[in-house]
Design a protein around this ligand. Structure first.
Ligand code: NAD
Ligand code: UDP
Length: 351
């Protein structure tokens, strides 16, 4: 099978390319490295089954030769990344998704969309199954990502109903692992970077908000199962074991043996209070479930981060101060990026 992977130079995309190559597929990776890094795929370039195309998929998606499946992962995913690139995020979720759908249609290929648990917004139903429609603030700071992904789901379904395209939708819940950028601002990468460099761990809000963390290898297995199936879903892909953010901080401190302190900062605007996937649908239709528990996943991730000590101190400073390579200040401040806050909920922090 020849698979086009948009966003293949990113954290999850590079793991997906690697897994597909390992089982004998050919891979065409498309990326503009807006949030990905060339070093994520550097080790794949010598593989004759791997091709890389530097492209902004919001402008065009062109792949010469046969294509059997398109996995559309291109999009900023970390809140600081998408808040820094609001228009690009909306563009890649809308135009980028349609360009990727057209590529699939042109080849009658399977199309798999990397959607997100963010389509549930700050959920009023807990845990979340796929029948829940969500609670998204369409004019809040996170809307550039949430609504782009909701549009991406809608247009993918419309390509199925209008053109009979073979579409599958994955709603990915918080996933972590090697190749996250140490200063991408996501919670696992930030806490590990801070713990390994002796910086305080920056917990936003009261730290009682929850997330359910899935290890990258598990997630990628789910994506591959979805590529191989003909099911549409949407499918929640995530690990249903739920943690508070403070519990995660304590776990990272324990596993790293760090003596960093925990510091509390204001909660970002519209930060979801709790999140846990119901994965019964994926279990039944795809035969998929996560296998790596959080201790083991964190251990592997910490090991990977620790093997890159040079970049960690600069990254810790970037998370703290936000000045060095354009990385913005901690997510806690990002609500102020909304030009005109609308209504009390847009300006108030819960802690
Ligand atoms: P990432 O930022 O590491 O990867 C995204 C990749 O897309 C990057 O390599 C980036 O350069 C590329 N990209 C962005 N815009 C592009 C454009 N216009 N043209 C070409 N390439 C472009 O993030 P990730 O965590 O690997 O996420 C991958 C996908 O999975 C995203 O679609 C994201 O929304 C989705 N997802 C991830 C998570 C998670 O926890 N990691 C959760 C939910 C959804
Ligand atoms: N978070 C935190 N400290 C950080 C980064 C994030 O406490 O340094 C919190 C954030 O407010 C959210 C949770 O951790 O409640 C997960 O954040 P992340 O950005 O990783 O993912 P998302 O909010 O998209 O689920």
């Amino acid at each position: 099978m020849r698979v086009a992977v948009t966003g293949g130079g990113g954290f999850l995309g590079s793991h997906l390319c690697e897994t597909l190559l390992r089982r004998g597929d050919s891979v065409v990776c498309l990326d503009n490295f807006s949030t990905g890094e060339p070093r994520n795929i550097a080790h794949l370039l010598s593989n004759s089954s791997f091709e890389f195309i530097h492209a902004d998929v919001s402008a065009a998606v062109e792949v010469p030769g046969r294509v059997d499946a398109v996995a559309h992962l291109a999009s900023p995913a970390s809140p600081p990344d998408y808040l820094r690139q609001p228009l690009e995020t909306l563009a890649v979720g809308s135009r980028g998704t349609e360009n990727a759908l057209r590529l699939a249609l042109c080849h009658r290929a399977r199309f798999v969309l990397a959607s997100t648990s963010e389509v549930y917004g700050d959920p009023l139903v807990h845990p979340q199954d796929e029948n829940y429609w969500g609670n998204v603030n369409s004019v809040g700071p996170r809307s550039v990502y949430d609504e782009a992904k909701r549009f991406a789901e809608a247009i993918s379904v419309a390509y199925r109903t209008t053109h009979g395209l073979d579409v599958g939708i994955a709603r990915i819940f918080n996933t972590y692992g090697p190749r996250m950028r140490p200063h991408d601002g996501r919670v696992v990468s930030s806490f590990i970077t801070q713990a390994l460099t002796g910086e305080p761990l920056t917990v936003y809000g009261d730290g009682k908000q929850t997330r359910s963390f899935c290890y990258a290898d598990d997630l990628v297995r789910g994506l591959v199962a979805l590529i191989d199936s003909s099911a549409t879903g949407p499918f929640n892909l995530g690990n249903p074991v739920e943690r508070t953010v403070t519990e995660l901080a304590e776990e990272v401190l324990r596993l790293t043996g760090s003596s960093s302190e925990i510091q509390y900062h204001p909660l970002p605007v519209d930060d979801p209070t709790r999140r846990r996937p119901v994965i019964a649908r994926a279990r039944e239709a795809l035969g998929w479930q996560p296998e790596v528990d959080i201790d083991e996943g964190l251990r592997r991730t910490i090991e990977w981060f620790a093997s890159r000590p040079g970049s960690l101190s600069a990254s810790a400073a970037a998370i703290r101060g936000g000045q060095d390579d354009g990385t913005p200040p901690p997510t806690a401040d990002l609500g102020v990026l909304v030009p005109e806050p609308v209504g009390p909920s847009a300006v108030s922090a819960r802690a």
